[in-house]
Design a protein around this ligand. Structure first.
Ligand SMILES: *[C@@H]1O[C@H](CO)[C@@H](O)[C@H](O)[C@H]1NC(C)=O
Ligand SMILES: *[C@@H]1O[C@H](CO)[C@@H](O)[C@H](O)[C@H]1NC(C)=O
Length: 184
């Protein structure tokens, strides 16, 4: 009797945990995810990033699926040295929509989950699922520099629900310089 009860309680706890786990976009399609994106939102609570919050600008990225199933993402950003690009390779995992990559800066393997995307308009991407102030980020990507307020609210609500404090959830303004400069 008691054992049965314990089993039921444990099963319920397990189910709760599964429910709390973040699932990637259903039927994630790499090819449709490819192409140009703007990062129009970022939730990041690292204490080291606080002084840079006001300096954050919308940045551009290009996603290219590779034949082996990994994807590369080229991100542009304005540095003191000008407009610079950086290429990140996200390695595929057994779960479509979930990638992993090795962060040189943190010397750590991180998971990347494309939580929700409709490919033609927006994508919400979670980095480092297990909440950690220095490693975890939520990014909001958009096909254009301006996104519907409903989608921005969805991104904010998702980040807050993950435990990011309000002041760490940012929707930066566009950059005054175009970067890359050929961009129009
Ligand atoms: C990409 O994928 C293959 C497996 O298909 C893997 O061996 C390779 O190391 C991956 N990583 C990078 C950075 O290309
Ligand atoms: C998906 O994107 C299109 C814009 O291309 C938009 O009109 C549509 O409402 C979006 N769908 C959802 C479910 O947000």
């Amino acid at each position: 009797m008691r054992l049965a009860l314990v089993t039921i309680v444990m099963t319920m706890l397990l189910l709760e945990e599964i429910k709390a786990d973040i699932q990637p976009q259903k039927n994630f399609d790499e090819q449709r995810f490819a192409g140009k994106w703007y990062r129009v939102g970022l939730a990041y609570d690292s204490p080291g990033f606080v002084p840079y919050r006001d300096k954050l600008r919308i940045s551009m990225g290009v996603v290219e699926p590779q034949s082996n199933g990994n994807i590369s993402m080229t991100m542009w950003s304005i540095r003191s040295t000008g407009c610079r690009s950086k290429v990140y390779v996200y390695e595929k995992t057994a779960t479509p929509g979930v990638f992993s990559y090795f962060s040189v800066r943190h010397n750590k393997v991180k998971d990347i989950t494309v939580v929700e995307t409709n490919y033609s308009e927006y994508a919400i991407v979670l980095k480092f699922k297990k909440m950690n102030r220095d490693y975890s980020q939520v990014s909001l990507y958009s096909r254009t520099q301006k996104l519907r307020p409903e989608v921005i609210e969805k991104f904010k609500a998702f980040a807050l629900a993950r435990g990011f404090p309000k002041e760490s959830v940012l929707t930066p303004p566009p950059s005054s310089e175009s970067c890359p400069s050929s961009e129009n």
